[in-house]
Design a protein around this ligand. Structure first.
Ligand SMILES: Nc1ncnc2c1ncn2[C@@H]1O[C@H](COP(=O)(O)OP(=O)(O)O)[C@@H](O)[C@H]1O
Ligand SMILES: [Mg+2]
Length: 351
């Protein structure tokens, strides 16, 4: 599966653009501020329904315009997909001409992942990014996952609302929350277990060493979720939030037994984050025949040449569709890209 074509309108500095993509290596080059990352942002929006640069999609809409639109077509099987974000309203999307009920449906048609200069945040920042990272892969592996995920979060919102309005009613949500939460946590556990061999390979190839990746389910390991919800009732009522459950899950990354976010250098954090992403892509390709598109924004940033060489080798090994940006028409990343686009002042043209 790859994206054959994308057209976009009013995405950041890009007024409109059309790109006929190659199924393998695409290069987008141009000077700083020309709109390269914005093209990747449009591609990511199409597969994820959100940007990788901001949580607020409105920021991506071109200044002075009421809305942005992105349209795409995948190859083999051919499917059309489209997304529209209008200022002040919810983002809507279509797959095969029909509106989707959840933006997560885009992901099934166009799986896409990104490695950008902010990728180290996956290691350094809070657990929400790592949960999204886990869930994206599990979503592609287990078909019922999105449904369980949405029902869990709906029940959680209701329990939290009850905790604030009428704490006595909150326990009424516990059995449902516990059942969905245990299922969600089990899916994540299976996903991470399956990932481990790919993770070991990626960390060894990129860093030449072991990095531990440990799953933390979001409540005490020796307790059921129902038990944990019961045990934290007093605290939950006092704070008006639910403290136990998979919404608190995380993956702990450890170097020599110590948290990577504390002991790893920025460069090492970047390599660990890259290993997280590449190992997932490797697993999806090998075990589930899903070959996502990988967006690489300025991939050479902050990597010295031996690490960059290892990174390039690992990326090319995946044999997935690549869309990479660069300031130069001849980046170290690809000696021979299959298709080249030049961007200047928000205008894109094939070379
Ligand atoms: N919502 C917006 N509307 C119009 N222009 C924007 C918007 N957001 C960012 N920009 C402009 O887009 C340009 C950034 O494009 P970007 O894709 O990041 O460039 P590149 O990756 O080539 O350096 C900047 O000049 C920025 O000021
Ligand atoms: Mg950029």
């Amino acid at each position: 599966m790859s994206l054959a074509f994308i057209s976009l309108e009013a995405v950041r500095c890009l007024e409109n653009a059309e790109l006929a993509l190659h199924p393998e290596r695409n290069l987008v080059w141009g000077p700083n501020g020309s709109g390269k990352t914005s093209i990747l942002e449009a591609l990511f929006l199409l597969g994820r329904g959100r940007s990788f640069r901001t949580r607020n999609t409105e920021r991506v809409i071109r200044q002075g315009k009421p809305q942005l639109t992105v349209f795409g077509r995948t190859a083999a099987p051919e499917t059309t997909l489209g997304l529209q974000a209008v200022r002040g309203s919810a983002t809507v999307a279509k797959v095969g001409g029909a509106f989707v009920s959840s933006l997560a449906e885009l992901s099934q048609v166009f799986p896409v992942q990104v490695i950008d200069p902010g990728v180290h945040k996956l290691v350094e920042e809070g657990s929400a990014r790592r949960r999204r990272w886990m869930d994206w892969a599990v979503f592609h592996v287990e078909h019922g996952f999105v449904d369980v995920w949405s029902r869990y979060h709906r029940a959680l919102r209701q329990r939290n609302a009850a905790l604030r309005a009428e704490p006595g009613q909150a326990p009424a949500w516990d059995p449902e929350l516990a059942q969905l939460g245990e299922a969600l946590a089990e899916s994540r556990r299976r996903g991470l277990d399956q990932l481990q061999p790919y993770w070991r390979e990626a960390t060894h190839a990129l860093m030449g060493r072991d990095v531990e990746l440990l799953y933390s389910q979001g409540w005490a390991r020796d307790s059921t979720l129902l038990g944990a919800l019961h045990a934290s009732r007093t605290r939950d009522s006092a704070r008006g939030v639910t403290h136990a459950g998979p919404h608190r899950a995380d993956v702990h990354l450890r170097l020599d037994g110590l948290p990577a976010r504390e002991v790893a250098s920025r460069g090492q954090q970047k390599l660990i984050a890259v290993a997280m992403i590449l190992s997932q892509l490797d697993m999806l390709r090998e075990r589930f025949a899903t070959v996502p598109t990988l967006l690489l924004d300025d991939p050479a940033a902050e990597l010295d040449s031996p690490h960059l060489a290892a990174f390039i080798e690992q990326v090319l090994r995946l044999k997935c569709q690549l869309v990479s940006t660069s300031l130069s028409p001849h980046p170290a990343m690809f000696s021979a890209p299959d298709r080249v686009f030049h961007v200047e002042q928000g205008r894109v043209r094939p070379v």
